[in-house]
Design a protein. Structure first.
Length: 216
């Protein structure tokens, strides 16, 4: 019942709510309490809810947004990436900062072990990455796509990965970095996953300014 309330179900019928009676059955007090508690919990915010209660609807995204708002260090940042992976149905997530003055990308954090020992690389080394940062449009790579960027495909195959989604992190019209999400399955990313990745990437902008780009 609480999960249905989280999904904004406005009407319900069944023995859990009330047994049939005339002229109109009185609702079960426990059911009423569950619905009222769900509403009160939503008004309080996700910091007052258990992790299990965050699964329905956009509660997970709300919780992630709150966690990102509290990030102050790279350690804080690494702890949020597992939540990002869950929201986008990815196995691996990487966050990078773009240093425009040197035309280099710096890998800040990943939810699993680091893919590459070299944390800095010139954007010219990866044409698709450069295109994403310049155009500020997301892009995906599937290893079986004959038109895919061969540099990105080689990187995926090296680590037994099959799909990649790259989303820019934008602030005030400038590309501050990018979020990369990976899957070991070769599959196109769904519209829902891409949209959620964009929402999450927007939340990373103040994090990048604080942690990597010399912000306050």
């Amino acid at each position: 019942l609480a999960a249905l309330a989280d999904l904004d179900a406005e009407w319900g019928q069944g023995y859990a709510l009330a047994r049939p009676a005339g002229p109109w059955a009185a609702p079960n007090p426990a059911a009423v309490a569950a619905c009222r508690e769900t509403l009160a919990s939503a008004l309080r915010g996700s910091s007052h809810r258990s992790e299990a209660a965050l699964a329905a609807g956009d509660r997970g995204l709300e919780h992630l947004s709150e966690r990102l708002a509290a990030v102050r260090t790279r350690s804080d940042l690494e702890q949020t990436l597992a939540l990002v992976a869950a929201e986008i149905h990815a196995e691996r997530v990487s966050l990078s900062a773009f240093h425009a003055e040197t035309e280099r990308v710096e890998t800040l954090a990943e939810n699993l072990e680091q893919l590459d020992d070299d944390l800095y690389f010139p954007v010219s080394k990866f044409p698709l990455t450069e295109r994403v940062l310049r155009s500020q449009q997301a892009a995906q790579v599937l290893v079986g796509d004959p038109d895919a960027d061969p540099t990105e495909v080689d990187l995926l195959l090296r680590y037994n990965l099959r799909s990649l989604l790259i989303v820019p992190v934008i602030r005030s019209g400038e590309s501050l970095g990018m979020v990369e999400v990976y899957s070991s399955e070769e599959r196109p990313w769904t519209r829902t996953e891409i949209n959620r990745a964009r929402i999450i990437a927007n939340q990373f902008a103040p994090v990048l300014e604080t942690v990597a780009l010399g912000g306050p």
